[in-house]
Design a protein around this ligand. Structure first.
Ligand code: MD3
Ligand code: FE
Length: 214
């Protein structure tokens, strides 16, 4: 960790919690390759609104790439090697995705991160993700790397109990957050996306979350 300076680390790094770091604009250097990779993935595995075990259809549309993908349906949450829509393996993780995730993790102090799953979330205005923990992965020693693209969102970051107070952060196009150590199991969520138009992505926000799931 670099020195703290008025709560903001040098080099555009902001500490969020122990083991977590927000790398402002880190993905901008990879922008064209990442957007091309996104198009390739979505052509093979389209965005869809999954259903929670409780029977609610999620407002966030999702797809995946990599060896495993996160899915939910009436039977529960899990990682699956196959896309339930097609019955075929999820698309391969684009090289630019893997390179970006590894570079961000290393920058945040996790030099050996090799993601095997990338969950891709698409938010249109009004879509939200309520407060939750990510605990379907086998080994919580791996960090999670999150890349924000398109419209800005308000990210809520709490503690290890749902009732803990949350802090809010604006996540903008190109921001990358890395969550490891004690932050790995923190409750977090995204408030309803505001209306807007992004020059590259239009009326949406895309979030890539890279995980070591297997
Ligand atoms: C903190 N996605 O996919 S990214 C998710 O913006 C998810 O789409 C949000 O929460 C999004 O599960 C937030 C930031 C994030 C992702 C995973 C975390 C923060 C995290 C896991 C542990 C702690
Ligand atoms: Fe999450």
């Amino acid at each position: 960790m670099t020195d703290l300076f008025d709560g903001i680390e040098r080099g555009g790094r902001e500490p969020m919690g122990e083991g977590a770091a927000l790398l402002r604009g880190f993905a901008l250097a990879f922008e064209d390759e990442v957007l091309a990779g996104l198009d390739a993935v979505v052509a093979q595995a389209p965005f869809r609104h999954m259903v929670t075990p409780g029977g609610y259809t999620m407002s966030v549309a999702m797809t995946n790439c990599g060896a495993a993908g996160w899915v939910t349906d009436r039977s529960g949450y899990r990682y699956d090697a196959n896309d339930p829509l097609t019955g075929r393996p999820w698309p391969e993780m684009p090289e630019a995705f893997r390179t970006l995730a590894r570079a961000a993790a290393a920058e945040a102090g996790y030099p050996d991160f090799t993601p095997d799953a990338c969950l891709i979330n698409r938010y249109e205005p009004g879509a939200r993700l309520s407060l939750h923990q990510d605990r379907n992965e086998r080994d919580f020693a791996n960090p999670i790397v999150s890349v924000s693209l398109g419209l800005p969102a308000t990210f809520q970051f709490g503690g290890l109990q749902r009732s803990d107070p949350v802090r809010r952060y604006a996540l903008r196009h190109g921001d990358v957050a890395v969550w490891g150590g004690p932050s790995r199991l923190a409750f977090h969520g995204v408030t309803a996306l505001k209306e807007g138009m992004h020059p590259r992505l239009g009326r949406m926000r895309i979030n890539l979350t890279f995980r070591g799931a297997l």
